[in-house]
Design a protein around this ligand. Structure first.
Ligand SMILES: Cc1ncc(COP(=O)(O)O)c(C=O)c1O
Length: 354
């Protein structure tokens, strides 16, 4: 199968190979060096002076971590798809009050609506934004939204799970307090590792937080990282080796801008191919995601049918998500995909969408 999934995604052979190395203790010098190098590479990639922590979980673990460490009572969740909804559920299931800014599926969150809501809800402590809403293939205007959050002096959590690594994310310039992703998305590493940048202010909140638990306690991540370049539990060493390798490859290939250009080129090709088949993307124009194409199903065929027909042809796409299961199918543009794979996939789609 050629993977055009939305995670886990295909990984480069060199990255998979790196994972097969013999294990070593997470208290050893070998591990400390790996940890230090990976974290420093990530800090450069994210253009941040903040701490970057490695979590032995998927991205949802960090979501829960932000809520438990940094929200005392109330947060605001911006929702235009399933992952924004998940953030709100995580907040509520941890006993927090959640205000929702919810817009119709396919529409972006606007800075004006966020400004209005924050003006009328001064007791909100933190705002959660899904940068790239994977379920609908939409990129929210994060730099503009971040300005609004900072104008109101709130903490900013960014779910960058399907964005970081494929799209620019300037942590310090945009004022992101916690920005996180999972290994199995744009960095093209197998699942089992999450990573997040965590600001000074987020750490201060964590210091004050009561009942934040132990496993996702940001202050413990800070302590163990500063004292010994390690973690307070056993980390997923193979995934960290793989991530470090992928970051090294990005640097060797000419840096992150080159990587973003590759993502953009592949998505351009996918979009052109879709258009040539008479198909269209689901989100409102101007906000289409560079990492996930959410395609409206052709007349008379369900999205699920297109997905199945593509599997028969050797291509694993992604099904529509939630309410869009029948109406759409998704083409992932994350991880190890070559330009020639895109051309082959589009050829198969021309038959599958008939
Ligand atoms: C935008 C977004 N947020 C959160 C998640 C959840 O991440 P994980 O499955 O790594 O917990 C996903 C997974 O697809 C996602 O796309």
């Amino acid at each position: 199968m050629k993977l055009f999934t939305v995670g886990p995604v295909a990984c480069r052979p060199e990255v998979l190979e790196e994972m097969s190395s013999q294990m070593f203790s997470h208290r050893s010098e070998d591990y400390k060096e790996l940890h230090r190098e990976t974290v420093e590479r990530l800090r450069r990639f994210l253009e941040t002076e903040n701490q970057v922590f490695l979590f032995p979980s998927s991205g949802s673990g960090v979501m829960e971590g932000t809520v438990r460490n940094c929200v005392e009572r109330k947060m605001l969740c911006c929702i235009n798809g399933e992952f924004g909804k998940r953030y709100a559920r995580v907040g509520e299931s941890n006993g927090k009050e959640v205000e929702r800014l919810e817009v119709e599926l396919g529409k972006s969150i606007t800075p004006e609506s966020l400004d209005e809501l924050l003006s009328s809800s001064p007791d909100v402590e933190a705002v959660a934004i899904t940068y790239n809403e994977t379920s609908v293939g939409l990129l929210n205007p994060l730099p503009e939204l971040a300005k609004v959050v900072k104008k109101h002096g709130k903490l900013l959590f960014v779910d960058a799970v399907s964005a970081m690594g494929g799209v620019e994310l300037k942590v310090d310039e945009w004022g992101i307090d916690v920005g996180f992703t999972s290994s199995q998305k744009c960095f093209g590493v197998p699942p089992g590792l999450a990573l997040a940048s965590v600001s000074e202010e987020a750490l201060k909140r964590s210091e004050r937080a009561k009942d934040k638990g132990w496993y996702f306690d940001f202050k413990l991540y800070e302590k163990y990282q500063q004292e010994g370049s390690s973690t307070h539990m056993t980390p997923p060493i193979p995934q960290i080796l793989a991530l470090n390798k992928e970051l090294e490859i990005i640097e060797q290939e000419g840096g992150k801008q080159k990587r973003f250009k590759l993502y953009s080129e592949r998505m351009q090709k996918i979009k052109q191919g879709i258009k040539a088949l008479g198909l269209s993307l689901f989100p409102e124009p101007g906000y289409e995601s560079p990492t996930v194409g959410c395609v409206n199903a052709p007349e008379g065929i369900s999205g699920l049918e297109v997905y199945e027909r593509m599997r028969e042809r050797g291509f694993e796409l992604a099904k529509g998500y939630g309410k869009l299961k029948e109406r759409t199918f998704r083409i992932g543009n994350m991880g190890y995909i070559r330009l020639e794979d895109v051309a082959e996939m589009l050829q198969a789609l021309a038959e599958a969408a008939k």
